[in-house]
Design a protein. Structure first.
Length: 720
């Protein structure tokens, strides 16, 4: 049988048909691939990049980021030329000439990969890499490469070359949690992008290939940097001299501690919580996402005052904690220690995750562990503090210390936990007395009115006898000025029962912005109610602001990523006349005496200029306060413990010793810094009293006055 051989024509026909069929299959496959998973026109014109919200102080210091991805946007004109040149020389030398895909580069890469039998060389242009970063995953597949190439073509049609480079610099990952050139330059070098040197620009570009390797291995990072600099000289971007200077430049990276902006963590967290709670009727974000839309939040905080506040608290508590540790003894507190250890065991992760059958074994192990027990002791006896500084005229929060430095060292997570300025309510003790005195002045008394200072007792409507301790040693009449200076309890008690009333005092406090529940009982005169430090300090602001109370505020302006204003606070905002200017001036006059020779005279070791304020100490020395003010600032300090069963063990726990020195240290630092700009002036008690105050005017030496202590248990039942 004769075999028929196909004619050359039929062979060609079949070959062409096969090519056409294969091409059709490829085209159909490409169409299917392209029709699914490609970005829409809207996505191309408005690419979505999660951008971190930046929080700034009033003096321009970056305080923190709010983000799911740590990225902030940098426009093209704020990206250094050295970075752009290094990027093009390294990643895509023909970037200015192609349309998104470099055809010859693709062919060369395919040939090399075929001979190597594996993917040895990539051919992605900068535009393709941008497409991958914006719209796709790192999946290695033909489908992804087709989509990527098509999207790169569309990006080139939509944007200029400079805009593509701008988006690329902001999109890519640089390691150490940093996305975008701005965050990367801050993380690695502690500076803005335009301040980067040529060598630093090349080093950052070198991170793209393997960010986690090159940012941790300095030798490899420098070698990669120098290779990029060599590519730049080959492409004519830099001169031989620039190459020599840049390759010789040492790599000096900032440490994480140097670049960390958390000087006011509790203030920043307060802002985050406020904005997160905003509802539809008060949406300061105007519908934007706090964590993804690259907002810029401008705050009232003064970074310099905040720095000094941190220092003042740390300096004071360093020695004060040692004093407490020397005085405190667990030998007399074994029952309390056992209870604290049991609580700590229940909160321990090992105990919580253990099966029920093994919990007792875990508890026994922890209870006998010296390391664990010592950590419990150290934690519960750590002195806590809350300090806040306000501008009484605008309500601006200028500084906030929400926890003690030792607590934040022992537990870094506490930087964002309990805020001891806004989230605790404690008895203010005698720091509440100024409101009683102000109420009495409103009823017609004067600063020189005399009140009997001997022991006091009265029968209340409940049948109880109220007999507060804390009368003057000699008894007899005492002016209001003397009584507040030495914080005489019996005078405050007579004022609230004989010259004003608890309800009138509560009404005044509410006018002063105190919103915590206040009981209308006589013991309120000695501070038996509970308030937050921020409330108390804000209320004191009315004394220096001629009786006008301005609510505290933290945010001045919010902008979107393009600088459009979404929210702007008006300062000063709507305010209320809480008391008459005359009463406010009289209170300044009275409270000056507390600082000059009274219970707060210890601040004169540090601050010599015009000041007024009031100390406060509660029962068993559990809480210590000092709230004071100058003509420009009002500041309050609370000192105590998170567990109320822990307390100071003697007179060193009084407000004049435990809290006032931190206030004095802070004011000394603030007023010695001429750049902050506060002049040392007198209080405007009289129309002509705004003359400059010289340091020699106030020279009162510190007194060893004994502060008053609130004794809530001073009620006793009357005998029938």
């Amino acid at each position: 049988m004769k075999i028929r051989r196909p004619s050359p024509t039929s062979v060609v026909r079949w070959f062409v048909s096969g090519i056409l069929f294969f091409t059709a299959v490829v085209l159909v496959y490409a169409a299917i691939v392209l029709s699914s998973g490609l970005p829409t026109l809207e996505q191309l014109e408005n690419p979505r990049q999660d951008l971190a919200t930046q929080v700034y102080s009033a003096d321009g210091v970056l305080l923190e980021h709010f983000a799911t991805t740590r990225r902030t946007y940098t426009p093209y004109d704020s990206i250094p030329k050295g970075f752009i040149d290094a990027l093009v020389a390294t990643e895509d030398r023909a970037f200015r000439d192609h349309w998104g895909v470099h055809t010859m580069r693709v062919v060369k890469a395919m040939v090399k990969n075929v001979f190597a039998m594996r993917t040895k060389e990539g051919a992605s242009t900068i535009t393709q890499q941008l497409a991958r970063n914006l719209y796709f995953t790192q999946e290695q597949s033909l489908a992804r490469k087709i989509r990527e190439a098509w999207t790169a073509f569309q990006i080139e049609r939509t944007y200029t070359k400079d805009e593509i480079l701008e988006m690329y610099a902001n999109a890519v990952y640089y390691g150490r949690g940093a996305y975008g050139i701005r965050v990367a330059s801050q993380v690695y070098f502690g500076k803005e992008p335009m301040k980067l040197s040529l060598a630093e620009c090349a080093w950052l570009v070198g991170l793209f290939k393997a960010p986690e390797r090159y940012n941790t291995d300095d030798s490899a990072g420098i070698a990669r940097r120098n290779l990029i600099l060599t590519m730049m000289i080959e492409e004519g971007y830099i001169t031989n001299q620039q190459w020599m200077d840049a390759t010789a430049e040492p790599l000096v990276k900032s440490t994480p501690a140097q670049t960390y902006r958390g000087i006011a963590p509790h203030f920043v967290e307060m802002i985050r919580q406020q904005l997160s709670r905003d509802g539809a009727d008060n949406d300061r974000l105007n519908g934007y996402d706090l964590y993804r839309d690259g907002l810029v939040i401008h705050t009232t905080l003064n970074a310099k005052i905040q720095k000094y506040a941190n220092e003042a608290v740390a300096e004071h508590l360093e020695g004060y904690q040692k004093t407490f540790d020397q005085q405190w003894s667990w030998k007399r507190q074994q029952k309390l220690l056992d209870a604290l250890i049991d609580r700590a065991i229940r909160q321990h992760s090992d105990y919580a995750s253990a099966p029920t059958a093994k919990k007792k074994r875990v508890a026994d192990r922890l209870r006998t562990s010296k390391v664990f027990v010592d950590s419990v002791k150290r934690s519960v006896t750590t002195i806590q503090t809350g300090l806040v500084v306000l501008d009484p005229h605008t309500g601006a929060i200028l500084a906030m210390v929400g926890a003690s430095p030792r607590a934040m060292r022992l537990n870094p997570a506490s930087r964002y936990s309990l805020n001891h300025v806004t989230q605790i309510r404690r008895q203010p003790g005698s720091a509440f007395k100024p409101f009683v005195y102000a109420s009495a002045l409103e009823e017609g008394l004067s600063t020189e009115t005399t009140i009997e200072s001997g022991p006091f007792s009265t029968v209340l409507s409940s049948g109880d006898v109220w007999a507060p301790r804390g009368s003057s040693k000699d008894g007899g009449p005492m002016t209001l000025r003397q009584a507040l200076k030495f914080s005489t309890n019996s005078v405050a008690a007579r004022l609230i029962t004989e010259h004003t009333s608890a309800s009138k005092v509560v009404d005044l406090c509410q006018r002063l912005g105190i919103s915590s529940p206040l009981r209308t009982v006589p013991s309120i005169a000695l501070g038996s109610v509970e308030v937050t430090p921020l409330e108390l300090v804000s209320a004191y602001g009315a004394f220096v602001n001629q009786g006008v109370h301005v609510p505290p505020t933290a945010i001045t302006r919010i902008e979107d990523r393009m600088g459009n204003v979404l929210h702007e606070a008006r300062l000063p905002r709507t305010v209320s006349d809480a008391m008459s200017p005359n009463v406010a001036r009289d209170m300044i006059s009275l409270m000056r005496g507390v600082v000059d020779g009274g219970t707060a005279s210890r601040i004169r070791q540090y601050y010599k200029h015009d000041a007024a304020g009031k100390t406060g100490t509660t029962n068993d020395f559990a809480d210590a306060w000092f709230v004071g003010y100058t003509p420009q600032l009002v500041c309050g300090v609370w000192v105590g413990f998170d567990d109320r069963r822990i307390a100071f063990t003697g007179d060193y726990g009084q407000g004049g010793r435990a809290a006032a020195p931190a206030w004095g240290r802070l004011m000394q630092k603030v007023y010695n810094d001429g750049e902050i700009g506060f002049r040392q002036t007198r209080f405007a008690i009289h129309a002509d009293s705004t003359d400059t105050l010289t340091p020699e005017i106030i020279t009162t030496p510190p007194n060893e006055q004994i502060d008053d202590v609130v004794q809530p248990d001073s009620l006793r039942r009357t005998m029938p």
